[in-house]
Design a protein. Sequence first.
Length: 211
Amino acid sequence: MTGTIITVAQQKGGSGKTTLAANLAVAFARQGLGVALIDTDPQGSLGRWFMTRLEGREAPDMDFSTASAWGVGYETSKLARDNDIVLIDTPPKADSDLRPALRAAQLVLVPVAVSHVDLWATEGVLDLARRERKPALVVLNRLRPNTRLAAEVTESAAAMDADLATARLANRVSYAETLGHGLGVLETGRKGPAMDEVTALAEEVLGIVRA
């Protein structure tokens, strides 16, 4: 049985794609699942995170590869043979180069940093996902709870032609701090709301792909 492929996509930069992919990878690995990562973004942020993660470790706890837009199909099929979950981090764009990563996926995660501009940018990715007939899950990220803007964006996101994740990630320094050390927030050793957020999102995503 091949693993599940999840593509993280958003055409606007700064949405938190790499943060989302890295933290979900850690959450899945801590559940005993075999996890692989593919970085198709030329900026290579996920690759830098992974290489930082390797420092001081005797062996990696997940697989990693890079791929061009058109090589992603080959890489995902190879990694999916040996892993339960394959997460693809993509460049901030919504054009034909993104289609192979969407085509390979069983689920498309679309992080949205909470602003109206970011929400508008989501339409392009959702349209491509619909064309490829792939289910999409919008994930509100960098949320500032109890603000009018958060309430407005949440309401607008719920009205979009895509599912909206119940779990949301707030705007927390801990996400940036841990990413810079090659870690996820679940590995800080300190219980807190960020750990609860990632745990809830990982469980929600697994529930969807296993349904």
